[in-house]
Design a protein around this ligand. Structure first.
Ligand code: HEC
Length: 240
């Protein structure tokens, strides 16, 4: 008798738990506006990650002060965050159509498929790798995704192969030509070296007290990338 009661209790308990799961899944009326950052379980290298493969380029080449930042953005197009990019419209049409790069202005403007080319001709131009990332990211659904681990090899810190590409990815767009934010240019080696010599390059990247955080906005360099910059500077910041 006691035994049967136990079994009944267990069945009841199981039904209760199942009921709760179903109830939670079908909870009505809760619309989540944007998906949270989804870490990729398999770190598939064919998947473009928004936070590391797209946003750093957008931040440096488009969110330039006076361009598509969130303080009165050019043409009303704010590109300063994932949400802003996904909500941005031109004449009522979203600039990102997930899965469809050909019909996404976010991609079209990079390839002269529209009247207005971006970045403007006298600005710092996006690399082919960056453009490729933008297209693939939209093609793959324009998700707010991040890598599950950062595969950055801190034994590599030569200027031309490692440091220059990092500076070009994270910094140059805001520190180029007429867009010399803070009177700092970061276009070529001599300019980068001058910033190192003024004891500012590592300080702004590592966000050391008293220095403005660089890059500005939602982007931060990966910890291992900051280590690469530090090691290169400790090595004398050579043009190697
Ligand atoms: C989205 C634009 C933007 C990006 C990207 C950006 N900067 Fe800046 N940077 C600015 C602005 C604006 C200032 C001036 C404002 C200030 O000093 O607070 C500035 C100032 C600086 C200064 C001068 C700081 C001082 O105290 O004199 C340095 C050095 C600098 N940036 C380096 C970098 C480096 C290195 C990167 C890349 C890791 C970078 N910036 C990326 C906009 C940017």
């Amino acid at each position: 008798m006691h035994y049967i009661k136990m079994i009944n209790f267990r069945i009841l308990f199981a039904i209760l738990v199942l009921g709760l799961i179903v109830a939670c899944k079908h909870e009505p009326g809760k619309i989540i506006p944007t998906p949270p950052i989804v870490p990729l379980p398999d770190c598939d290298s064919t998947v473009i990650k928004f936070t590391t493969d797209v946003m750093p380029y957008v931040n440096s080449s488009c969110v330039v002060p006076g361009c598509h930042d969130n303080k009165g953005p050019a043409a009303g197009i704010d590109l300063s965050s994932y949400d802003a990019i996904m909500n941005a419209t031109v004449r009522g049409v979203k600039i990102v159509k997930p899965g469809d790069p050909l019909n996404s202005k976010f991609c079209r403007v990079l390839f002269l498929l529209d009247l207005v080319p971006m970045a403007p001709p006298f600005n710092y131009q996006l690399s082919n790798k960056a453009k490729d990332n933008f297209v693939k990211w939209v093609q793959q659904g324009a998700k707010n995704n991040a890598p599950c681990v950062t595969r950055v090899d801190t034994t590599q810190f030569k200027y031309r192969s490692t440091i220059a590409p990092l500076i070009n990815k994270y910094c140059t767009g805001c520190h180029f030509g007429n867009y010399n934010s803070g009177n700092v240019l970061l276009t070529r080696y001599s300019e980068v070296k001058a910033v190192v010599d003024s004891n500012k390059l590592y300080q702004v990247i590592a966000n050391i007290d008293g220095f403005p955080k660089m890059p500005t906005g939602v982007v931060t360099m990966q910890p291992n990338e900051i280590v690469q910059i530090r090691k290169w500077i400790e090595d004398g910041a050579p043009n190697n």
